[in-house]
Design a protein around this ligand. Structure first.
Ligand code: FMN
Length: 150
């Protein structure tokens, strides 16, 4: 069974809701889904994944320090073994998200991962519709992985 890994830094209740929505929707497909906190994860999070979704808040114009730390620790261990891995990202931003998207694109380019879609930026005041958007992304990734589209 193919593996979809959600690397999610979820310091707030809203981010936890987004993670749950992504995971639940992806899990409707006939695949194995798992959620890992970046600070608790090592390179195996990517080495064992057939596709990756990252979820992060934007803090000070960048992805969370926890997610950046995971990339820093895992880059060389992954580089030669994870090229082509499909990736999608969800960014929760108070008002912007641009810097985080740029940084994630740099990171994915460095690792030679493959974007399934542009990062989903959920910005501004919290809206319940964000949960639906996150869920749709998770569902699309799960189905695409199940059906061998990605
Ligand atoms: C230290 C700190 C820095 C932040 N910097 C940014 C930022 O640069 N750009 C932005 O859009 N939001 C920024 N935010 C807002 C966070 O993205 C937001 O609090 C986070 O996504 C959680 O949203 P929530 O309250 O809906 O859970 C920052 C928040 C904190 C605590």
């Amino acid at each position: 069974m193919r593996n979809l890994t959600l690397l999610a830094h979820t310091p707030s209740p809203n981010l936890q809701r987004l993670a749950t929505a992504i995971l639940d929707a992806a899990g409707e497909a006939d695949i194995h889904v798992s959620q890992l906190a970046p600070l608790q994860a090592g390179p195996e999070a990517a080495l064992n994944a057939d596709a990756i979704i990252v979820l992060t808040p934007e803090n000070l114009g960048y992805m969370s320090g926890a997610l950046k730390d995971w990339f820093d620790r895992c880059y060389y261990a992954c580089l030669d073994h994870t090229q082509g891995t499909p990736i999608a990202a969800v960014v929760r931003a108070g008002h912007d998200g641009t810097g985080t998207c740029r940084a994630l694109e740099t990171m994915a380019t460095g690792l030679r991962w493959r974007w399934v879609q542009a990062p989903l930026v959920l910005k501004g005041n919290w809206q319940e519709g964000f949960v639906t958007q996150a869920s749709e992304l998770g569902q699309a990734m799960g189905l695409a992985l199940e059906q061998g589209i990605i």
